[in-house]
Design a protein. Structure first.
Lengths: 214, 214
DNA sequence: GGATGTGAATGTCTTCACAGCT
DNA sequence: AGCTGTGAAGACATTCACATCC
């Protein structure tokens, strides 16, 4: 709970998350300093953008020298709320759900999937790496008992809004939605959509309209 | 190959893709007309935004009446390049790859995965729904023989850049990247990243900094 | 009357360019 | 000298508001 100035743009936050990834890579290689220029190159942006992004939160560099890698990484982890673990429930034990459950990057970053829920009675009662798959009807109880703060939605599409409403009532504060639907959430609940079809269609658009040459 | 004015913003394209989804839903229900107001409500934006987005490409509505659902849907499919099928190769037959392979929305929109490639000899030679899993070393040949235009990258992370370079050389023109790395592609190649870790971290940031009350 | 299409106004994000530390 | 931090300028995106047409 650091409390920051004004409104911070989504794109700034996404870039910070990228920078952090690079910094951790540098840490792994034992590199001690870096520069806005280098982070920009790796992140596909400009040095000025990197500095602006960071300047929203403070001054972390030394003029003439650059940034100390471990220090800046630690700052970014703090800013992004990654210096703690988050208790996550996964709804949907299908293929996407399973892929997300195994996704190493989540685990490494402190997102701990403490519960998996599904509507399919065949799956309910089995378990994944020691996490029991429970029936969707137990959503509220699970959220409360397990102290779930974040919900990952990996279900085909329809009844999703109801699940969200119930989860929010039970105390969930953030939702990562993979269902191709626009969800309504109350003020104050964080929501992020990952719509893979939209991404592919954006590609298709780009390929169909190569006008920018000539 | 319709060729449109100026530079069209990424966000406009993404919204069009959303609108199309809603229109198709309406089509399914037999609804014949809609309005910018309705599309906006469904898409979480404003009516003015919807009209601006569409106006970049033409005038598809009737003043006083709104938009004809099937006509507008057809226009959007044209604009987005979805009136044809795209030949896609999937690199990575792991969990994410498998989830994407089965993803109904891709199939329905005309993205046909004609080839799956993996580095794991155990997987190579098996098949998914009639599509043989080939060894990654056959990438170039596959791209050429199968006329692959789009590559979906669902591999853990590292050697990804090399795969991209080879694929581009062989003729691939668009890439949907799920690996948490920033890729370099030549001018004229379309690239889209889906970074799920970044999305989760953006949530974590939002949850850690609820300052906007008070 | 009612909803579109669009210039003009506003708001937001990015880039520039340079003063200020190290 | 080198690289950050940052106001100011510029580019881009969204919202407003209304003339236009069905």
């Amino acid at each position: 709970m650091v409390s920051f100035p004004r409104k911070i743009s989504e794109s700034t936050v996404r870039r910070l998350s990228l920078y952090l990834r690079f910094l951790e890579e540098f840490e792994g290689k034992g590199r001690l300093t870096t520069s806005s220029e280098e982070l920009a190159r790796r992140g596909g942006t400009t040095a000025a953008q990197v500095r602006k992004d960071l300047s929203v939160f403070g001054s972390f560099g030394k003029r003439g020298l650059g940034y100390a890698v471990p220090e800046l990484a630690a700052e970014l982890r703090d800013i992004l709320g990654l210096s703690r673990t988050w208790r996550v429930a996964l709804v949907g034990a299908g293929r996407i759900g399973s892929a997300l459950f195994e996704y190493e990057d989540f685990r490494r970053r402190g997102f701990r999937i403490v519960s998996v829920l599904d509507a399919d009675p065949v799956k309910v009662g089995t378990e994944w790496r020691g996490v029991a798959i429970r029936h969707e009807s137990e959503l509220e109880r699970t959220v409360r008992e397990e102290g779930v703060e974040i919900l990952i939605l990996a279900v085909p599409a329809d009844a999703v809004q109801k699940i969200v409403d119930r989860a929010v009532d039970a105390g969930v504060r953030g939702i990562l939605n993979f269902a191709p639907t626009r969800l309504r959430v109350p003020e104050g609940i964080a929501l992020n959509d990952v719509n893979m079809a939209v991404e592919l269609e954006a590609l298709s658009f780009a390929l169909s309209n190569r006008t920018e040459d000539a």
